[in-house]
Design a binder for this molecule. Structure first.
Ligand code: PLP
Length: 393
C-alpha cells in the first residue's frame, strides 16, 4: 500500500522501536521504585524529557508526559478553565481539531462564552478579529492550533501569541501537527502551554506531552501518585515515553539538517503532476504557509468519498480530512471556515507524506489519483458532484 495519510498517524521509526524494546521486556521496572533498576528507568524517562524539550526549545522541567495529544489539550484547557476566576470568555479559532472544539463545547455548557475567530480563504487566522476577541473584557484564555491537521496551513502563531501576551491572556497552542514537521520553539514564540502527540512524528500512538511554561499554575486532571511532578499522575507509559524522546531526537536532526526539504519536494512533485495532467484541480490553502508534508487538493466534479474508495482499491491510502471524523455526514468545518462551498469541501483530498515516502510512491500515487479522478468524472458526468458524504477534520 502507498500510505499518504501521515497526518492521521505515522509508522514507528525503526530506531524508535529499537529504543523502546528493552522497556517492554527486561527493563520492566517502575520508575518510582527506589532500587537501582527503577532509578535507571527513571533516568531514561528524564533523558526522553530532555529530547522532547530540545525539539521545542523548552527546559526539560517544563515538559510533562501525557497519554496522548487529546489528553494534553484537555488537561491544559480544563486547568485554565478551573483557574480563570471571574473571566468567562475563551478565544479560539473556527478550524481547531475536535480535541479543542469538543472541550470548548463542554465548557460552554459550564457557562463559558466561546469566541471562535475565523480564517481567510487561505486558511490563516484573521488576526484583526483575533486581536479584537482577545482584548475583550473577561477573557480566561486563548487557544490556537499551530498547524491545521487538514490543510497543513501554519497559523500566524507568533502574532497571535504576542497579542495574547500583550493582553495578559494565557495562551495555549495545539502544536500536534507542527511539532517535528516545522520549527517550533517556545523561546521564539513564547506560548504558555503547548500540546504534543507522539504518533504524528514516528513515535507510538498513545503518548503525548504538554509544555507548561515554568512558574505557571496548573490544576491537574489526573490525581494520584504524583508522577510527572504531580501534573499527571499514573505510572508512566515508559516504553512509549522513551519512543517519544527518540522520535523527537530524530525529527530534530531532520529539521536541523534540511527542514524537511526532501518531503516538501515530493509533495510539490505530486501537486505538479496532478495540476499538469488534470483539469479542475486546485490547491486549498495558502501554499507559502504549509507544513512540508501536506497537500490539500480540490478535484472539481469529483466526490471525495468516491475518490477515496477507488484509491483504496488501487492501494493508495489518503483521506478527505482528519481520521477521527471519517464518515461524518457534514462538510469539513475547516473548509467551510475558509469559505468553500459544500461541493468544493466535498471534493477535496488530504494527502500527507512522511519522511518514509519515496519518489516512486509519489509517482505511482499520482497515476492512481489521475485514473480515479478521470473514472469518477466519467461516471458522474462531469458536472454532478453527487450526494454529500463527508469527511472532515
Ligand atoms: C491538531 C490535532 N490535535 C489533536 C489531535 C489528537 O491527538 P491524539 O491522536 O494524540 O489524541 C490530533 C490528531 O489527529 C490533531 O491533528
Amino acid at each position: 500500500m502507498i500510505y499518504l495519510d501521515s497526518n492521521a498517524t505515522t509508522q514507528v521509526h525503526p530506531e524508535v522501536l529499537e529504543a523502546m524494546l528493552p522497556y517492554l521486556s527486561d527493563q520492566c521496572y517502575n520508575p518510582s521504585s527506589g532500587y537501582r533498576a527503577g532509578k535507571q528507568v527513571k533516568q531514561a524517562i528524564e533523558q526522553a524529557r530532555e529530547q522532547v524539550a530540545r525539539l521545542v526549545g523548552a527546559d526539560a522541567r517544563e515538559i510533562y508526559f501525557t497519554g496522548c495529544g487529546t489528553e494534553a489539550n484537555n488537561a491544559v484547557l480544563y486547568s485554565l478553565a478551573d483557574m480563570c476566576g471571574e473571566n468567562r470568555r475563551i478565544v479560539t479559532s473556527e478550524i481547531e481539531h475536535s480535541a479543542i472544539l469538543r472541550v470548548c463545547e463542554h465548557l460552554s455548557e459550564r457557562g463559558f462564552i466561546i469566541d471562535k475567530v475565523g480564517v481567510d480563504s487561505g486558511g490563516r487566522l484573521d488576526l484583526v478579529a483575533w486581536e479584537k476577541a482577545v482584548k475583550e473584557d473577561g477573557v480566561a484564555f486563548a487557544t490556537l492550533m499551530w498547524a491545521n491537521n487538514e490543510t497543513g496551513i501554519i497559523q500566524p502563531i507568533a502574532e497571535a501569541c504576542e497579542i495574547a501576551r500583550s493582553a495578559k491572556v494565557p495562551f495555549h497552542t495545539d502544536a500536534i501537527q507542527a511539532v517535528g514537521k516545522t520549527a517550533v520553539d517556545v523561546r521564539e514564540v513564547p506560548v504558555d502551554f503547548l500540546s504534543i502527540s507522539g504518533h504524528k512524528f514516528h513515535a507510538p500512538k498513545g503518548v503525548g506531552a504538554m509544555y507548561v511554561r515554568s512558574g505557571l499554575r496548573f490544576n491537574p486532571m489526573l490525581r494520584g501518585g504524583g508522577q510527572e511532578s504531580g501534573f499527571r499522575s499514573g505510572t508512566e507509559n515508559v516504553a512509549s515515553i522513551i519512543g517519544l524522546g527518540k522520535a523527537a531526537e530524530i525529527m530534530q536532526s531532520k529539521l536541523d539538517h534540511d527542514d524537511h526539504a526532501g518531503v516538501a519536494k515530493l509533495r510539490d512533485r505530486l501537486e505538479k503532476i496532478l495540476l499538469d495532467r488534470l483539469k479542475g484541480v486546485e490547491i486549498n490553502g495558502a501554499v507559502e504557509h504549509r507544513a512540508a508534508n501536506t497537500a490539500h487538493l480540490a478535484f472539481e466534479h469529483c466526490e471525495a468519498s468516491g475518490l477515496l474508495i477507488l484509491l483504496d482499491e488501487y492501494g493508495v491510502a489518503c483521506s478527505a480530512g482528519s481520521a477521527c471524523m471519517t464518515g461524518k455526514q457534514q462538510p469539513s468545518h475547516v473548509q467551510k471556515a475558509m469559505g468553500f462551498s459544500n461541493e468544493r469541501a466535498n471534493s477535496s483530498l488530504r494527502i500527507s507524506l512522511s519522511i518514509f515516502t519515496s519518489e516512486e510512491e509519489i509517482d505511482q500515487a499520482a497515476e492512481h489519483i489521475i485514473k480515479a479522478v478521470e473514472k469518477l468524472r466519467r461516471v458522474q458526468g462531469g458536472g454532478n458532484v453527487g450526494p454529500v458524504v463527508i469527511y472532515t477534520g
